[in-house]
Unconditional design. Structure first.
Lengths: 169, 448
């Protein structure tokens, strides 16, 4: 059950990141080439690409929590006695929850505000909330990842942060 | 929730309002950082605690900045330049650029290390990131350096220091972020970084020769072959076109940096996937490449969002003014040279304990007005600032490139740290020269 939920969340995260990244590359690249060739450019292009970037960033954050890739100074943490380290790992998770709660409430207010004023993405009929909702959703996914991380920490699995070519550039 | 619970929470909040001030919040944040709490959490906690308990800044701002702070077209260039670098490497173009570099500096003593430094310069002209440059060159040339007899620690230090040019030679992610934050044209910063970037490459190639020349003696200038340079250069045509599109496209004003990044990302994708053009990239690899780059956006962008809020909250508190006043008094007491020296030390010190983007977002707005009051051109100061942050990127204890190279080459971090000081000296010298000679940052702008 736990594994299938994890797989489902991973699949959704990956799908959103792939679609968002491809949107950015295709919209910016192709629209620029079109402008050079025809002198015309879609007015919605930059706005849609920036919206995709918002989705990419917050779901990328959730993926970063899963792979423990968020930047941290680990020199002392790695040398801590077991119980202290476990306590710090759990403390970090609780801090994530507090911050996540604040950001989700504050960003949900923005979504409601966009809806109330019927704001739309520039050059389209698509509601602006389609972009701003990425923030509370991305943080909600992050909270799931943090919860998984906390359960792992309570079992003593600290999964040393990876620093590889793949997760830091 | 019962009325008693609410009273308890209200009492707790009132108590926190009484006991918390900017100094103990900052103190707790610093302690958490050193205890290994992620930088993003430390920054976010500082912003939220200071907003709520100290300055009564509405927390709705956190929600607004989380989407509006990201919606900058220039900022979009960051994921595009990152993916360009990945397509370049996976498509086999980076390897051809290395062969070209080897044909130019391969006759020198310490040829492999010199090739690494030269290749870093070429890769930097397409990729906008110092860690990407170090990771790519580390993967492609690090093992060979060790095979040639260079100690793993020194090989790691060479790759890490070579990576620093990644954000000085345009395009540059850090110049883009500095430009967005400080309202300075990023294109001007790109142009301003060209000569300092070339100077850094020359200094690093020279250092590589000095440090590894005895381990790998040179074959002499007689072994230099112009024909080989042309031959390898022609094989690396795809890389040169990418460099040319970015360089001339931006310099002549055909593209904004973001547009150039979009066009070159598409170009590198097509060239990298078409075997008849020498491409080695398989279409099935694309999702993994995109996902790896996406995770980077997930690491950096939230940091930028909270750094922007850090700036806003600290401005409400008057922190930048207090530091500026202190620096202003220092300047009056000891003169502008000492003041510039102190500011450079500050950039290096902060860069040595945190990530480059955080340095730009935290220190940039504090120091830029001081530099302006000294009559320093904002483009020149931007270049000086970013060169400083990139040196911080390889300065212990928290030079990120040192961790990156340690991870890529599986070399213990402390071995690289012991060797990096040999390469920090030439980098510092270049930094001092770039600071003292504004002409280097401004001459190409004047000729535009």
């Amino acid at each position: 059950m736990g594994r299938s939920i994890d797989a489902l969340f991973s699949w959704i995260e990956k799908a959103i990141m792939l679609v968002a990244y491809l949107t950015i590359i295709l919209v910016v690249g192709l629209e620029t080439i079109r402008r050079i060739i025809t002198g015309e450019q879609a007015s919605w292009g930059p706005e849609v690409a920036m919206g995709a970037f918002v989705w990419l960033a917050w779901f990328g954050m959730a993926a970063g929590v899963k792979s423990r890739a968020h930047l941290s100074f680990t020199t002392f943490r790695n040398r801590m006695p077991y119980r202290l380290r476990q306590g710090m790992e759990v403390f970090d998770c609780l801090l994530w929850f507090v911050i996540g709660a604040v950001v989700m409430v504050a960003s949900w207010d923005v979504v409601l505000l966009n809806e109330r004023f019927n704001q739309q993405i520039f050059g389209t009929d698509v509601p602006l909330a389609a972009i701003s909702i990425a923030v509370p959703l991305g943080w909600a996914f992050t909270m799931v990842r943090v919860f998984q991380q906390m359960l792992a920490a309570l079992k003593g699995d600290f999964g040393a942060p990876e620093i590889t070519a793949e997760n830091i550039r | 929730m019962s009325g008693d619970d609410l009273t308890t929470i209200e009492l707790l909040v009132d108590w926190l309002r009484e006991v918390l001030n900017v100094w103990n919040i900052t103190g707790i944040a610093v302690v958490l950082f050193f205890l290994g709490t992620p930088v993003l959490l430390v920054l976010a906690a500082w912003v939220i605690a200071s907003s709520y308990f100290i300055v009564n800044f509405p927390l709705t701002n956190v929600g607004i900045s989380s989407s509006d702070g990201i919606k900058s077209f220039i900022f979009l260039a960051v994921p595009l330049f990152v993916i360009t670098g990945d397509f370049l490497t996976e498509g086999g173009i980076s390897r051809k650029l290395i062969q070209f570099s080897r044909s130019i500096v391969g006759f020198m003593a310490g040829a492999t290390a010199a090739t690494t430094m030269f290749s870093c310069g070429l890769f930097a002209a397409v990729s906008g990131s110092n860690a990407a440059t170090a990771a790519t060159m580390g993967r492609l040339l690090g093992p060979e350096m060790i095979q040639r007899g260079i100690s793993p620690g020194l090989a790691g230090a060479i790759v890490a220091s070579g990576g620093t040019v990644g954000v000085i030679i345009p395009p540059s992610v850090i110049f883009l972020i500095y430009g967005v934050t400080m309202d300075v044209p990023s294109v001007d910063l790109f142009i301003g970084g060209m000569i300092p970037g070339v100077l850094m490459v020359i200094a690093l190639v020279g250092s590589a020769v000095v440090l590894t020349g005895k381990i790998e003696p040179g074959t002499g200038i007689s072994s230099f072959s112009a024909r080989k340079v042309v031959k390898t250069g022609l094989k690396a045509w795809a890389g040169f076109i990418a460099i040319g599109v970015i360089f001339f496209g931006i310099y002549w004003g055909y593209f904004s940096p973001t547009e150039a990044a979009g066009v070159v990302a598409l170009y590198c994708f097509f060239v990298g996937t078409i075997p008849i053009l020498g491409g080695e990239l398989k279409v099935r690899q694309i999702p993994d490449i995109l996902l790896n780059s996406a995770r980077l956006a997930g690491l950096l962008v939230p940091l930028v969002v909270f750094s922007i809020q850090f700036q806003q909250v600290s401005s409400v508190m008057g922190l930048p003014e207090a530091i500026q006043d202190f620096l202003g008094e220092l300047g009056q007491a000891y003169g502008p040279t000492v003041l510039i020296g102190v500011m450079m030390l500050l950039i290096l010190a902060v860069g040595a304990i945190t990530e480059s983007i955080a340095v730009v977002l935290i220190l940039g707005p504090i120091l830029a007005p001081v530099a302006d009051s000294l009559g320093i051109n904002p483009i020149h100061w931007g270049v000086v600032f970013v060169v400083g942050t990139t040196i911080g990127f390889v300065t212990p204890p928290y030079g990120l490139n040192l961790f990156v190279v340690s991870g890529v080459l599986h070399i213990p971090y402390d071995q690289i740290v012991r060797q990096i000081f040999k390469l920090l000296i030439p980098l510092m010298l270049v930094w001092v020269i770039v600071t003292a000679v504004p002409w280097m940052s401004l001459v190409l702008l004047a000729s535009q």
